[in-house]
Design a protein around this ligand. Structure first.
Ligand SMILES: Nc1nc2c(c(=O)[nH]1)N[C@H]1C(S)=C(S)[C@@H](COP(=O)(O)OP(=O)(O)OC[C@H]3O[C@@H](n4cnc5c(=O)[nH]c(N)nc54)[C@H](O)[C@@H]3O)O[C@H]1N2
Ligand SMILES: Nc1nc2c(c(=O)[nH]1)N[C@H]1C(S)=C(S)[C@@H](COP(=O)(O)OP(=O)(O)OC[C@H]3O[C@@H](n4cnc5c(=O)[nH]c(N)nc54)[C@H](O)[C@@H]3O)O[C@H]1N2
Ligand SMILES: [Mo]
Length: 688
C-alpha cells in the first residue's frame, strides 16, 4: 500500500464519503508528508460534481481532532462517568474475549451487537463483525432506526428500494419534494432540482417545517406531521374526479386499481384538509399541478425522503405516495416517477460479506434497535429470553440517537452490563463503556460503497496511515475472533479481499480500483412498461403479501400514535429533523460546526409562543410523560402553529443540562417495518 508511505510531494487519493446520506460523494484527499491536508469532492464524479457539504469538507478537522480516541481505554470510574485509563490492545482484547466467552458459554443471546450507519461502508459497516456475532450465536439486531417503514412501503408497492435515476430530476416539469429537506440532507439532489427550476419546472415542498428547501420552492404545503397518507389520498381523489389519469398505464401495469379508486373516492379535499391542517384549495391546487402533467404528458417527479415516515403510518404513507406516479403514467418518462431510495439496485453479495451460514444450528432472537431502552431493562423471561448482559456498539451512538433517552441511559448505566464501544470519539454512548476501542476513520481504511440516492458504486482507498493505535472495525473483530479461538478461515480475510467480495463478479473491481467509482447499467425509465420487481410485475396498489400477513392489502391513512388534539396536557406536536451542520449525532463535537449551530434550538410559531408568554432566545423546557429536555427557543416562521421543531441530534453532554431531544421521543413503532416514530410525539413547552 504505497499510498501510505510518506510522500514528499502532495498526492491525491480517491475515496468515498462514508456518512449516512443519500449523496455518497466521491472524495479526493490531498496528502502531504503522510498528513491529510484537504478533502474535496471528486470533480470526475458527476453526482458529486466537485462539491462537498460543509460538514464533510471539515473531515480533516474531525480526523485530527484533539479529542480523537487513539488508544484502547478501560473504565476506571463509575459507570457512565466517562473516566478511563489507557490499556494495551492485548489487554483489552484478552479481557473482552474472556468476558464474552463466559457469557456465551451460558447464553450467547445475552450478547447484543448494536450498530448502524456511522459508516455506510459495506466492509467497515457489517462484514467481519457480522461473521463474529453469527459464529458466536449472539442476538441479531433489527436495524430499524431510520428507514424500514419507508423501505417496506416501497417494497410492497414498487417491489424494492428502486425508483427514478436522480440525474433525470433535472428534466422534470414538476417536482414534489415530499418530507425531505434536500438542501440539508440531500444537497447533490438539490443541484438537479435547481437545474430543473432554471428550465422552468415548478417545485413544491410538502413538509410541516418551512425548511431551507421550502424557502427555495415555488410553493410550500405545511401539513401536520403524519398526515401525508391523507394528502396522497386527497390527491388521488381529485385525479379521479377530474379524470386526470393514464387509463392505459393503470390497466396494463398496476394491480388493485378498482379497490384503490374506491378508497380514494372517500377522501374529498375537505376531509383531507381537516386532517392535514391545510385549506381544501391547497389540496385541489396540488392535484391540478400533478394532473396537468397527466394531460400534457410532461414529466412529474417526486423526491420523497425518510422524514415523512418517522410516524405511526409512515409505511402506508410511503405506499400511497409511491402509488401516485402510476395513476398519471409518470413512469413513462425517465424524468417522471418517484425516488425514495435507490439502494435496492446494488447487487451486493451480503452472504459473502456476513456469512449467515455461520448461524446454522443456532436460532438467535432478533431485537429491535429502536426499543433498546426497554430491552436493556427487561429481565430474563420465556418470551424475551435471557436479559442482555453484554453490548458491543460500533458505528452508532444510541445514547444520543435512540428514542426515550431516560430508559436508554438507565439501561446503559446498569452495573451488571458489560459494554464495549468502538468509535472515533468519546460520545455519549462511549461514556458508558467498559472498554472504548479506537476506530479508524474513512481516511485510514479500505471500503466499498453503495448509495441510496444514486446508482454508482464507490471505492474508498486509505489516504493516510491509522492515527495512533486506531484499528478498522474489521481488524478488531478479526482479532477478537482469534482471541475467542474461532478457527474458521473467514476470519483471516483482509479488507481488500472483503472489498472485492462485496460485489463479486458483478462489478469490474480493477476499474473500480483505478477510477474510484463505477456506474451500474440500468434502464433510464425502468417502469415505462411495468417491469416492477414485485411478485406480479406490476405496481401493487394491493399487496397480496400484506393481506396474507393479516394487514390491510390496500394502503390507507394511518393516524399518529400521538395525534394532535388527542391529549389536552400536551397540545403541541414535535418533530426533530436534522440540524444542517450535523449528521445525526456525528460532527456535534467539531467545534466550527457546533459554533455554526450555536445551541439546541426549538422553533415555535409566534402564536404558540405568545400563548405561553415565551420570548425569542429564552431557554425553555420541552416535556411530556417520558421526560424533559432544555433548549433555546427560536420564535420562527419555520414552525407552523401547533407544531414545534426541535432540531437534532445534539450530544447530550454538549446540550443544555445534559439532555437532548430524544428525552421526549417514544419507542412506539411504525405500521410497517418496525421503525421509529421520532416525529410522532406530543409535548408542551414552558419557561424554566
Ligand atoms: N446535514 C444532514 N444530512 C443528513 C442527515 C443529517 O442528520 N444531517 N441525516 C442523514 C440521514 S440518517 C438520512 S436517513 C437522510 C434523510 O434524512 P431525513 O432525516 O429524512 O432528513 P430530511 O430529508 O431532511 O427529511 C426531514 C424532513 O422531513 C420533514 N418532516 C418531518 N415530519 C414530516 C411528516 O410527517 N411529513 C412530511 N411530509 N415531512 C415531515 C422535516 O421537517 C424535515 O424537513 O439524510 C441524511 N443526510
Ligand atoms: N430525535 C431524532 N432522533 C433520530 C433522528 C431524528 O431525525 N430525530 N434520526 C434517526 C436516524 S435517520 C438515524 S439514521 C439514526 C442515526 O444514528 P447513528 O447511526 O447512531 O448515527 P450517528 O449519531 O451519526 O453516530 C454514528 C457513530 O458512528 C461513529 N463512526 C463513524 N464511522 C465509524 C467507523 O468506521 N468505525 C466505528 N467504530 N465508528 C464509526 C461516529 O463517530 C458516530 O459516533 O439516528 C436517529 N435518531
Ligand atoms: Mo437515517
Amino acid at each position: 500500500m504505497s499510498v501510505l508511505a510518506a510522500h514528499p510531494s502532495p498526492i491525491q487519493v480517491r475515496g468515498a464519503c462514508p456518512h449516512d446520506c443519500p449523496d455518497t460523494c466521491a472524495l479526493l484527499t490531498t496528502v502531504e508528508n503522510g498528513i491529510a491536508v484537504k478533502v474535496q469532492g471528486n470533480p470526475d464524479h458527476a453526482h458529486t460534481g466537485g462539491t462537498l457539504c460543509t460538514k464533510v469538507s471539515r473531515y480533516p478537522e474531525r480526523t485530527y481532532h484533539p479529542e480523537r480516541i487513539l488508544q484502547p481505554l478501560k473504565r476506571v470510574g463509575a459507570k457512565g462517568a466517562g473516566q478511563f485509563e489507557p490499556v494495551t490492545w492485548e489487554h483489552a482484547l484478552q479481557d473482552i474475549a474472556a468476558r464474552l466467552s463466559a457469557i456465551a458459554a451460558r447464553a450467547p443471546q445475552a450478547i447484543l451487537p448494536y450498530s448502524y450507519a456511522g459508516t455506510m461502508g459495506l466492509v467497515q459497516g457489517d462484514s467481519m463483525s457480522a461473521r463474529f456475532f453469527h459464529r458466536l450465536g449472539a442476538s441479531l439486531l433489527e436495524r430499524t432506526i431510520c428507514s424500514t417503514a419507508g423501505g417496506e412501503g416501497l417494497t410492497h408497492t414498487l417491489g424494492g428500494k428502486v425508483g427514478m435515476g436522480v440525474e433525470f430530476f433535472a428534466q422534470a416539469k414538476l417536482i414534489l419534494i415530499w418530507g425531505s429537506n434536500s438542501i440539508t440532507s440531500n444537497l447533490h439532489f438539490w443541484r438537479y432540482a435547481q437545474e430543473a427550476k432554471r428550465q422552468g419546472a415548478k417545485l413544491i415542498c410538502i413538509d410541516p417545517r418551512r425548511s431551507e428547501t421550502a424557502d427555495k420552492c415555488h410553493q410550500h404545503l405545511a401539513l401536520l406531521p403524519g398526515t401525508d397518507g391523507a394528502l396522497a389520498l386527497g390527491l388521488m381523489h381529485e385525479l379521479i374526479r377530474n379524470d386526470w389519469l393514464d387509463h392505459d398505464y393503470l390497466d396494463r401495469y398496476t394491480l388493485g386499481w378498482d379497490a384503490l379508486r374506491e378508497r380514494a373516492l372517500q377522501w374529498p379535499p375537505e376531509r383531507v384538509a381537516e386532517i392535514c391542517g391545510l385549506h381544501s384549495e391547497q389540496v385541489r391546487e396540488l392535484a391540478r399541478d400533478y394532473g396537468a402533467c397527466a394531460k400534457s404528458r410532461e414529466p412529474a417527479a417526486i423526491r420523497m425522503n425518510y422524514g415523512m415516515q418517522r410516524v405511526h403510518g409512515g409505511g402506508n404513507a410511503v405506499r400511497l405516495v409511491a402509488s401516485l406516479p402510476a395513476l398519471i403514467g409518470a413512469w413513462r418518462h425517465r424524468a417522471g416517477g418517484v425516488l425514495l431510495s435507490s439502494s435496492g439496485r446494488f447487487p451486493v453479495d451480503r452472504a459473502a460479506l456476513q456469512r449467515p451460514d455461520l448461524l446454522v444450528g443456532k436460532k438467535p432472537r432478533t431485537l429491535n434497535m429502536v426499543t433498546i431502552g426497554d430491552d436493556l431493562l427487561r429481565p430474563a423471561s420465556p418470551q424475551f429470553g435471557p436479559a442482555i448482559e453484554a453490548l458491543v456498539v460500533y458505528n452508532s451512538n444510541p445514547v444520543a440517537v435512540a428514542p426515550e433517552s431516560a430508559k436508554v441511559v438507565q439501561g446503559f448505566a446498569r452495573e451488571d452490563l458489560f459494554t464495549v464501544v468502538l468509535d472515533h470519539f468519546q460520545t455519549d454512548t462511549a461514556d458508558y463503556a467498559d472498554y472504548l476501542l479506537p476506530a479508524t476513520t474513512q481516511l485510514e481504511h479500505w471500503d466499498v460503497h453503495l448509495s441510496y440516492g444514486h446508482t454508482d458504486v464507490l471505492l474508498n482507498r486509505p489516504a493516510i496511515a491509522p492515527l495512533g493505535q486506531c484499528k478498522p472495525n474489521t481488524e478488531v473483530f478479526r482479532e477478537l475472533a482469534r482471541h475467542m479461538g474461532f478457527a474458521d478461515d473467514c476470519f483471516e480475510q483482509d479488507d481488500l479481499a472483503l472489498c472485492r467480495a462485496a460485489y463479486g463478479q458483478t462489478v469490474d473491481f480493477e476499474q473500480l480500483l483505478e477510477r474510484g467509482f463505477a456506474t451500474l447499467e440500468l434502464p433510464e425509465a425502468p417502469f415505462a412498461q411495468g417491469n416492477f420487481p414485485t411478485p406480479s410485475g406490476k405496481c401493487e396498489f394491493f399487496s397480496e403479501r400484506l393481506a396474507a400477513a393479516g394487514q390491510d392489502g390496500l394502503p390507507n391513512h394511518v393516524p399518529n400514535h400521538e395525534t394532535l388534539g388527542s391529549d389536552p396536557v400536551y397540545p403541541l406536536a414535535m418533530i426533530s429533523p436534522p440540524a444542517r451542520n450535523f449528521l445525526n449525532s456525528s460532527f456535534v463535537n467539531v467545534t466550527s460546526l457546533r459554533d455554526s449551530e450555536g445551541a439546541p434550538l426549538l422553533e415555535m410559531h409566534a402564536t404558540d409562543a405568545v400563548a405561553r408568554g415565551l420570548t425569542d432566545g429564552q431557554i425553555v423546557r420541552v416535556f411530556n410523560q417520558r421526560g424533559e429536555y432544555r433548549c433555546k427557543l427560536a420564535i420562527s416562521q419555520r414552525a407552523r402553529p401547533s407544531v414545534v421543531n426541535g432540531l437534532g441530534v445534539w450530544w447530550r453532554k454538549f446540550g443544555l443540562a445534559g439532555t437532548n431531544v430524544n428525552e421526549v421521543t417514544s419507542q412506539n413503532l411504525t405500521d410497517l417495518g418496525h421503525g421509529p416514530t421520532f416525529y410522532d410525539c406530543l409535548v408542551d413547552v414552558a419557561a424554566l
